[in-house]
Design a protein around this ligand. Structure first.
Ligand code: PA5
Length: 463
């Protein structure tokens, strides 16, 4: 079985010294706190943290697979209309598990996948100009069923479909993934008769990738969703282990907390060594940032907590970020994502063997070069006293990606307990959403609109 592993040797004081490294005893001392955090999380499994049980919803998984089979061959394009947690996981899965050139030449008659997670008119307008909507299936995804960006896209593409296919003809081109009750999408599904899937209660946006939110578009483009879910279930078992040093979620959460709270590493860099893993780093940036970046209220008053997630891609960012990472401020810690075996073997030709600057490359493979560059970065970071851990994917498969996503979900839930905040709300995002509703004149937001107007009327300074 392909099992991902977490190597934390290079974050330990024994390797990088006591100033920036974590003492193993410190981790051990956290056993009680970590067990308590795990107990808190597990206590909510059947209540408001139902995402923990997403790998086991086999009736839902079968529904998704049946639907994917039913529509197979009917559409050239699948278009996800969603944002944040309703888009980032979909993209991460697609780029990890399908070819980077899938859209140029989808294999076995699979559709192309487009994820429109922006309302930029130059994106949406260009899409309308380029893609034939009559050959497209639109998966409208919104847990709340009311997010302005997704709703406006839904209105735009629904109208474009109706203009070409008529009121009845457009309906098979829309499939909605939303809450069972909340929001405006569910009543629309009922009145229009659109096909739909449910985002269950207790599954928040950024924890929803293993629900129909991420699974439906994945199944439609040929990703092995059962393998993904099996990976998640296998990781769930490991995350429920009690001893901290057998439990990767406990180690990862404890590292994050100690490195920020005791070692001032305010920036958490995910360095994905592999093109296919780059969007997993992006997905995690939202998961970490939105979950842990919070105002913490305690007896001492209010504090502002949370690491700043940063995403880097190896080897690309070696020629962009690594100088800063190795010699810049000691305010970062690193998670390197490492691939054991690639699907392709690309050999470097032996031409110009008489030139020293090229001869050492000849006959070697790109995997060897990538691995050497990754090790080079790891060694440079470690020798410069920069804490770094490595998550190793033996290969990038649905099973290993499922393990990775579940590990990160679980670790972030534990972090919420360690930091003493609610990892599952997002009042900061809501604040922005409310201001946007007010600016767009949504009914019920008049007071907020007046307040904003007043602030804007104050003198501003611009150069
Ligand atoms: O994690 C979250 O809750 C958010 O990022 C949401 O996913 C995002 O705001 C989109 O919300 P919705 O799915 O309700 O349209």
């Amino acid at each position: 079985m392909d099992r991902i592993t977490l190597d934390y040797t290079n974050a330990l004081a024994t390797t990088i010294g006591p100033d920036h490294g974590v003492r193993e005893a410190e981790l051990g001392d956290m056993q009680g706190v970590l067990s308590e955090a795990q107990q808190q999380v597990e206590g909510r499994r059947a209540k408001d943290l139902r995402w923990l049980d997403l790998p086991y919803q086999s009736a839902v998984h079968q529904d998704i697979l049946r639907y994917a089979e039913e529509v197979q061959g009917q559409f050239e394009n699948v278009v996800v209309l969603g944002i944040g947690g309703s888009a980032l996981g979909n993209r991460a899965l697609h780029s990890a598990l399908n070819s980077p050139f899938h859209e140029l030449s989808p294999p076995n008659g699979a559709p192309r996948l487009f994820i429109l997670d922006n309302v930029d008119p130059d994106l949406v307008g260009e899409f309308l100009d380029t893609i034939d909507v009559t050959k497209s299936l639109f998966n409208v995804i919104s847990k709340s069923g009311s997010t302005a960006e997704t709703m406006s896209q839904f209105l735009i593409f629904r109208r474009a479909l109706i203009e070409r296919l008529g009121e009845e003809g457009h309906k098979p081109h829309v499939v909605v993934t939303t809450d069972a009750e909340a929001g405006v999408l569910r009543p629309i599904v009922q009145s229009e008769g659109y096909r739909s899937f449910i985002v269950p209660d207790g599954v928040g946006g950024r924890f929803s990738v293993l629900s129909p939110v991420g699974l439906l578009s994945s199944a439609l483009v040929g990703i092995d969703i059962l393998g993904l879910l099996k990976g998640a279930a296998d990781m769930d078992k490991r995350c429920r282990l009690k001893p901290w040093n057998e439990n990767p979620a406990m180690v990862y959460a404890a590292m994050q907390w100690i490195l920020q709270e005791r070692k001032d590493k305010n920036i958490a860099v995910t360095f994905a060594y592999g093109h296919r893993l780059r969007d997993l780093a992006d997905w995690y940036a939202q998961l970490l940032g939105e979950s842990i970046g919070k105002v913490k209220t305690s007896a001492e008053g209010k504090t502002h907590v949370g690491p700043t997630p940063v995403r880097a891609v190896g080897v690309t960012d070696q020629h962009s970020q690594v100088q800063l990472y190795v010699e810049g401020p000691f305010d970062k810690w690193f998670t390197l994502l490492e691939i054991g075996q690639h699907d392709h073997r690309v050999q470097i030709p032996t031409d110009y063997g008489d030139k020293d600057a090229l001869a050492y490359l000849g006959g070697r493979s790109l995997s060897e070069l990538l691995a050497a560059e990754r090790e080079g970065t790891r060694i440079a970071l470690t020798e410069a006293g920069r804490p770094n851990v490595s998550i190793r994917f033996p290969r990038v498969t649905a099973h290993t990606v499922g393990q990775y996503m579940y590990l990160k979900d679980y670790a972030v839930a534990l972090m919420g307990e360690l930091y003493g905040i609610d990892a599952f709300d997002q009042p900061g995002v809501e604040a922005g959403k409310i201001a946007a509703y007010a600016l767009m004149g949504r009914k019920g937001f008049d007071d907020r609109a007046a307040q904003i107007q007043q602030q804007q009327d104050k003198e501003s300074r611009t150069v």
